[in-house]
Design a binder for this molecule. Sequence first.
Ligand code: ADP
Ligand code: MG
Length: 176
Amino acid sequence: MDKKELRKQIRNRKRQFTADELNELSVPVMNRLLGMHEVINAKTILLYYSLPDEVNTHETVELLARQGKTVLLPKVIDGENMEIRIYESPEDLTEGSYGIMEPNGKLFTDYGMIDTAVIPGMSFDADNNRLGRGKGYYDRFLKNIPQAYKIGVCFDFQKEQNIPHDEYDIKMDTVI
Ligand code: ADP
Ligand code: MG
């Protein structure tokens, strides 16, 4: 099966759940995340601010910021690239491309400081390969942060044994 077909399948699986069900399924995933050493010990952490069909990270983003960590979120700047900005509070967010809430905070370019990156996916496989939504934003960005511990996040029903991947696809260090 190719990437496109697999994305279609995963989108259909997501449709079986209501928004409330997805929020409920998000809780144990975020609890797993918050228990990880790589998150507890991170000073600077890249997260994503979830869309309604993704594992809900909204409370986690706020919680980690309140703990005093430098919390970073991506902001799409064109058809291929994203930049990284500091999240300080929910008031910093405005809706950007693809309906994603994005930070207006300070631009962050000190990529070498990023300890941990929490990355959403349409699917991940047993070998930590990632399938995204098909635009390659994370593949391009993650080249900048080879040192960061990369944690793939999706609902369990999105996981696959094997997903197709290309040489430019960046693997996760773990998937939760
Ligand atoms: P996703 O990772 O979002 O699932 P793909 O892996 O299918 O998407 O990649 C989407 C497109 O982005 C591909 O056509 C690929 O050529 C391009 N792409 C991915 N990574 C890079 C990169 N590092 N540099 C340039 N183009 C890239
Ligand atoms: Mg890819």
